[in-house]
Design a protein around this ligand. Structure first.
Ligand code: 4HQ
Length: 264
């Protein structure tokens, strides 16, 4: 995967390329990265990339010329690349979109600053408009880093463990199960016994229950939209029966209390 970022602050990406999984993926040639300065594609002597908005008002707008020049320069070298504009008006970024982007040979990530980019840029030159969430950033750079990060870890061989990407949150539409490491006792809290047992089948079942419970409690919206498999339905059914027993018992107690009060 070839990532090309277009930005007026290419230096922001230097520490990002230089650490952790991203750094290792670059070293192992799983990804190729570059940050091009949009300013280099400005035509005027002062290499201006922004200007005042037509119609007046505060703030500045990214000029279309330098941006179009930078995008064309990047896509000339990799015609099969997808182009992505980072904007709050874009499609919400999620794991499914990360998977879709990971299937490209190259991605050109366009980072705006100021109040955004001239409207005439978008249509022909942009394949995707993507938002990383409903909040306002000072520029698209952090959004681009998030996309590079989430896409990189989906590229075969980019992560250390072979199946690490298949096992984690959202890969199966569920939140990750609870995790424990040494020591066995921490501030009076023990590690669940089953995880020390060595029973792989039991551990697998416990982890699925942990994932399902956390998803139900913290993000029930994810469960609503998920295709549940047989084992997942079995677990949810078991919980429903347990909850129903508790509620029936509770209900009966209240009925008994009412009965006694009526006699008095
Ligand atoms: N931006 N998701 C760039 C964002 C944003 C987001 C605000 C994009 C400023 C110039 N980008 N403009 N949210 O807040 O992607």
């Amino acid at each position: 995967m070839n990532f090309v970022v277009l930005t007026i602050f290419p230096e922001m990406f230097e520490p990002f390329w230089a650490h952790g999984i991203i750094r290792r993926a670059i070293e192992h040639k799983k990804i190729f990265t570059s940050a091009l300065n949009i300013r280099d594609y400005a035509q005027d002597r002062h290499q201006v990339t922004d200007d005042r908005p037509y119609g007046g008002g505060s703030g500045m707008v990214m000029k279309p010329g330098p941006l179009a020049g930078a995008i064309r320069s990047a896509t000339r070298k990799m015609p099969a690349a997808g182009t992505v504009l980072l904007t709050p008006q874009g499609r919400p970024f999620d794991q499914n979109l990360a998977k879709e982007l990971a299937s490209f040979d190259g991605l050109v990530l366009i980072c705006g600053r100021y109040e955004g980019v001239d409207e005439r840029i978008s249509h022909e030159l942009i394949d995707y408009e993507i938002s990383i969430g409903d909040y306002v950033l000072t520029g698209g750079e952090l959004a681009a880093m998030i996309i590079v990060d989430a896409v990189t870890r989906l590229i075969p061989g980019a992560l250390g463990g072979e199946d690490a990407a298949e096992n984690d949150s959202f890969a199966n539409g569920l939140l990750e199960h609870a995790q424990y490491t040494r020591p066995r006792m921490f501030e009076g809290q023990e590690v669940p016994e089953v995880l020390l047992s060595g029973h792989h089948q039991e551990i697998k079942k416990w982890r699925l229950e942990s994932s399902l419970m956390r998803t139900l409690m913290k993000r029930s919206d994810l469960l609503q939209n998920k295709d549940l498999n047989r084992q997942e339905i079995e677990i949810l059914d078991k919980w429903r029966n347990e909850i129903n027993k508790i509620l029936q018992c509770h209900h009966r107690e209240r009925e008994d209390l009412k009965g006694k009060e009526e006699k008095i």
